[in-house]
Every structure is written in C-alpha cells, then in structure tokens.
Design a protein around this ligand. Structure first.
Ligand SMILES: [Zn+2]
Ligand SMILES: [Zn+2]
Length: 214
C-alpha cells in the first residue's frame, strides 16, 4: 500500500467514527427532547352566590421553588397556579382536565355540587344551581374536558340569570395568551419554557447514580 492510500483509509475511518458518534448524540438529544413537557395557560373563575371565590392564597399556589428539575411528575406539578394569580392556570403536562386542576386545589366539583373544606357542600336547590360557561358559551358539566390552551371557564353557582352569569364570565382576566407568548419568569421556568435547561440537566444526571435509589 502506498503512503497516499494509507492516509486515504485513515481519513475514511476517522470520518466514519465521528459520523457514528454524531448520529448517536443526535439520537440521544432527540430522545430527551421528546419528553420535554408542554407549558400553556388557561383562565377560570369560581363564583358562588354572585361573588368570586378568592383562591389567591398561598395554599392554592404552586411554589416556584418547588418546581423541580426532575422527571418525577406529581399531580400538583401537572396543573396549578402561580404567584397568587387566581385567574390563570399553568398546565405543564399533556392530558390535563379541569377536574385535575380543581382536585389539585382541593375542590370537588360535580354536575350539581361543589365541595371543599372551605366552602363545605354547596348543592343545587330550587333557587340555585351550578352552571358553567366555557369560552363564552353555556355548557353542561365540562370538568372532564381536557383544558385547551387559552380556554376560559366559569364555574358559577347562583340563581338562573344569564345576565349575571355572563357578567361574571366577563370579569375573568383572560391573560392566557399573554402568558403563552411571554417567558413567564414567575413560573416553573426551568422545567418548561426552557427545555434546553432540562436537557442539559438530564444529560448530566444520566452520567451519575444519584437518582437511582429505588
Ligand atoms: Zn406558566
Ligand atoms: Zn408551574
């Protein structure tokens, strides 16, 4: 073999090995990207007897510091509120329903009742009933519906007066599209808006054994 031929073969080998590594990394990175959860927003309000139920207390909120950079998914990390803003819902997972959200803030809502520790049992009676408005339209029990991005839901218990009902709907601060289009710094930033952070974190984590205590 001539010297020229040897160099030629070496180059082919080097390119093949580098190519194989590149393909492996592309596959590796892609397999992580696939699992980066979504992050979108919706709006809602709960009205009882003409008054908006104040759900802005800390206990209803997901602590931003609690949004951890792991793949462990808890019910509360899938859908929640942030920063005492009780008009806006942050959805951080696929297949999240309105019921998931209300259960996370310890509210149980059925077609004809509301129950929570704070409110007690509120049931339909001859004068008052539970009504729902989704995106401006009166609907039957929508709690099992998945929450779509930029949905607005009113859960309303009072007498049947469409004017009051739609007025209450109108008071909901519909800022989901705004949240969707901005960085949302007061949210679970690391896990969501910035998928690259998760990616890098998990690449490092995959080389350690710290998270393997089952
Ligand atoms: Zn958010
Ligand atoms: Zn969040």
């Amino acid at each position: 073999m001539t010297k020229k031929k040897i160099v030629h073969y070496l180059i082919i080998w080097a390119v093949s090995i580098i190519g194989a590594f590149l393909l492996f990394w592309i596959w590796y990175v892609y397999s992580w990207i696939k699992y980066i959860p979504p992050h979108y927003h919706a709006n809602f309000a709960l009205y009882v007897n003409g008054l908006k139920v104040d759900l802005s207390a800390d206990k209803y909120m997901e602590d931003v510091a609690g949004c951890s950079l792991t793949w462990k998914v808890y019910p509360a990390s899938r859908v929640h509120m942030h920063n005492n803003d009780d008009d806006s819902i942050h959805i951080h997972a696929a297949w999240v329903s309105w019921e998931h959200f209300f259960n996370n803030i310890a509210y149980n809502i059925g077609p004809d009742f509301i129950y929570s520790k704070e409110s007690g049992l509120i049931e339909n009676n001859t004068n008052n009933s539970l009504q729902f408005v989704l995106n401006g339209k009166k609907v039957d029990f929508p709690l099992y519906n998945l929450i779509n991005s930029e949905d607005t839901l009113l859960v309303y218990y009072w007498n049947k007066n469409d004017e009051n009902l739609l007025e209450a709907f109108g008071t909901i601060n519909q800022d989901a599209s705004e949240y969707n289009s901005k960085y949302d710094p007061g949210s679970c930033g690391g896990t969501n808006e910035n998928g690259i952070v998760v990616l890098v974190h998990n690449l490092f984590e995959s080389f350690t054994w710290t998270d393997h205590q089952h």
